[in-house]
Write a protein that binds this ligand. Structure first.
Ligand SMILES: Nc1ncnc2c1ncn2[C@@H]1O[C@H](COP(=O)(O)OP(=O)(O)OP(=O)(O)O)[C@@H](O)[C@H]1O
Length: 641
């Protein structure tokens, strides 16, 4: 950036003066980055925009880096607060008037203005690119969220649902089986979100939902549904495929499924990039609105990890006649990139506990149980009402029960219960107070043996089996509590003398179609008798090895940030928080880290850092709900009834 900001415009208003001052101050303090201020300078110097517009542009760009797709003018103080600062900002009405008057800003009346770099709608300012994605997503969702009037025979559906979702004790007490409800809703809706915490049976539900779709198609005399399973990362896709396979096998053995349907249900899930078809050197995918995906049902797991541009492209590529089912846990950290899409979808679809009356009535007949209907006035209703079913009951057994209870307490924001659970500990939970136990001692005792077991395995296959037994998770990447430091520390403890030492654990950091390796895939370095190193991976084609120099981007996999570990699971997790407060510490970070563990969590954290993390919510601002509301002033429930 040039040494200062552009000079004040000759006919500057009071709002411009305030804006110019705010820009200088926020730049000087470091709250705005060079790139934000350069963008402001471009708007003012080259495009002759007033300082009000330049300030809005700089803040919109800064907001994207914090994960917001846009920010509300009347909530700009909150954005500054998140940046750890404050400044006098223009009066909201003056600011809005200046934005509407500027040729640099697209708004409802000049929406065709292709040259505008910013967009202003619903009181929110966004970089034009993100506004376009958000508007396109809202329009596609609005289209696909309409109710499908199923012409399936109610008796056939009832009997299929009874077979796939046998009643257990809970249902006998009058509770509805929310898993069966979700599967049934996928027959009425083109868009369905199935949300819930870990172990609430999202994958189990989706496996049975696929079977139900088959049974329904068969009874209708329709061709079998063409099904695609996908997830944002390779790891998550592999887990989804394996989990569906496990459910189908168990259901077949229990007589809940016929063999021909069990055989026909796909178990291979792919990354979203692979599903949509990456094209070398291009940001666009092979499948889009004009070349839709050749499927009738698209299931996407780990939806919380999908960012705004990718979700917009996915939804556009789902054909009008297909059903899109998104699975996710809205309490997890949102996508690293901008736009909390799952959060926006949840805001637009309500709590997922009650349905619009028309849905409730239809599904009650299929489930043979009264299903609660929303009783709010249609005009106040959520624009995607009925598009979400939230699963409540945790099903994981025994040794993970303490972890499940801890995750529940985090979800409820019951801090006393969280602290009590942590203090009580148990076989599956241990808390080392950061002020009392040296971290290196804990890592040496709790983590190192698992990494030594990888190194000392008999062969690469055994090493890879042991690779996901433990991961050290950090809040930060750099510094003494960061993943980079602990990766180097573990390597040194394991006796590393060369970068690709025998038994080194590697994680791939980007998707590579060419290799068939995906972000998060784990590999292990194995040296042969001549000392030559190869890195082995368990791929969809079986065990494969590459020379280190042939691999896509990768890093050691002993430690990683919680953000990076999203979509992965480990038997045990050692979570390390920094000894002082850091802005990344939040309840969602704790929740995401703890729910990565299947069996045991060891936490190293100072009580104060833990308390700060529990107090802070990850804040992601999104205009999706506002855009959806603008598209459907009446609720989806009314339009469909
Ligand atoms: N209706 C059910 N009856 C009995 N067991 C169930 C039921 N639903 C799920 N489970 C069991 O609970 C465990 C978790 O289920 P599942 O993997 O489907 O949950 P999930 O929500 O997808 O979990 P995660 O988000 O952690 O992947 C599995 O062992 C599964 O067999």
């Amino acid at each position: 950036m040039n040494g200062g900001l552009p000079a004040t415009h000759p006919d500057a208003t009071h709002a411009d003066t305030i804006s110019a001052r705010a820009l200088s101050r926020l730049h000087a303090e470091g709250a705005l980055r060079g790139i934000d201020v350069d963008f402001a300078a471009l708007l003012r110097d080259r495009l002759r925009a007033p300082a009000t517009v330049a300030l809005a542009g700089a803040l919109a760009m800064r907001a994207v880096a914090l994960g917001h797709s846009s920010f509300a003018l009347n909530d700009a103080d909150r954005l500054l607060d998140a940046l750890g600062t404050s400044a006098q900002l223009p009066d909201v009405d003056d600011w809005a008037a200046a934005l509407v008057a500027s040729a640099c800003v697209a708004h409802a009346e000049n929406a065709g203005d292709a040259g505008a770099l910013l967009a202003f709608a619903h009181g929110r300012i966004a970089l034009r690119r993100y506004a376009r994605y958000e508007q396109a997503l809202a329009e596609s969702l609005h289209r696909c969220a309409r109710i499908v009037t199923s012409d399936d025979d109610a008796a056939v559906l009832s009997s299929a649902l009874r077979r796939l979702f046998p009643r257990d004790g809970a249902a006998a007490h009058g509770d509805i089986d929310r898993q069966a409800l979700a599967a049934a809703m996928a027959l009425r809706r083109r868009l369905l979100l199935i949300t819930g915490g870990p172990g609430t049976g999202k994958t189990t539900t989706v496996a049975r939902l696929l079977a139900l779709q088959w049974m329904a198609a068969r009874s209708r005399g329709a061709p079998p549904p063409r099904i695609a399973l996908a997830a944002p990362t390779g790891r998550a896709a592999a887990r989804l495929g394996e989990a569906i396979d496990g459910v189908i096998r168990a259901d077949l053995a229990a007589g809940r499924l016929d063999a021909d349907i069990a055989d026909a249900i796909p178990r291979q899930a792919r990354t979203l990039h692979r599903l949509l078809g990456t094209q070398p050197g291009r940001v666009s995918f092979r499948h889009d609105a004009r070349h839709p995906l050749p499927f009738d049902l698209v299931v996407v797991d780990e939806a919380s990890m999908v960012d705004l541009p990718l979700m917009a492209k996915l939804v556009a590529a789902v054909p009008e006649t297909a059903t899109l089912v998104l699975l996710g846990d809205p309490d997890q950290l949102p996508a690293v990139e901008a736009g909390d899409v799952l959060g926006g979808l949840c805001a637009a679809s309500g709590d997922g506990l009650a349905l619009p009356p028309a849905d409730a009535q239809a599904v009650s007949v299929w489930l043979d149980t009264p299903v609660p209907a929303r009783d709010d006035a249609p005009d106040d209703g959520a624009p995607l009402a009925g598009a979400r079913v939230h699963l409540l009951r945790g099903w994981r057994q025994s040794d993970a029960a303490t972890l499940q209870a801890l995750a529940d307490a985090l979800q409820r924001d019951d801090r006393d219960a969280v602290m009590a659970r942590l203090r009580d500990g148990g076989d599956s939970l241990a808390w080392h107070r950061g002020d009392a136990t040296p971290l290196a001692e804990v890592v040496r005792r709790e983590a190192l043996p698992a990494f030594e077991a990888v190194r000392d395995a008999d062969d690469p296959a055994q090493a890879l089996q042991r690779a996901s037994s433990l991961r050290l998770l950090t809040a930060l990447r750099r510094g003494p509590f960061g993943a980079e430091h602990w990766n180097a520390w573990c390597a040194a403890e394991l006796g590393a003398r060369v970068p690709y030492f025998h038994g080194r654990l590697i994680a791939i950091g980007a998707n590579s179609e060419r290799h068939g390796l995906y972000n998060g895939d784990l590999g292990v370095v194995w040296r042969d008798a001549q000392g030559d190193a190869a890195v082995w991976f368990d791929t969809a084609q079986g065990l494969r090895a590459w020379r280190p120099a042939q691999l896509p981007m990768h890093a050691s996999a002993y430690a990683s940030t919680v953000h990076k570990a999203q979509g992965s699971e480990f038997d045990r997790v050692l979570l390390v928080l920094p000894d002082a407060d850091a802005r990344v510490l939040s309840r969602e970070l704790l929740y995401t880290a703890l729910t990565r563990a299947r069996r045991r969590v060891v936490l190293w954290a100072a009580p104060e850092a833990l308390e700060r993390a529990l107090e802070r919510r990850t804040w992601r601002d999104s205009g999706l709900d506002a855009r959806l509301r603008a598209l459907s002033p009446a609720s989806a429930g009314r339009s469909g009834s």
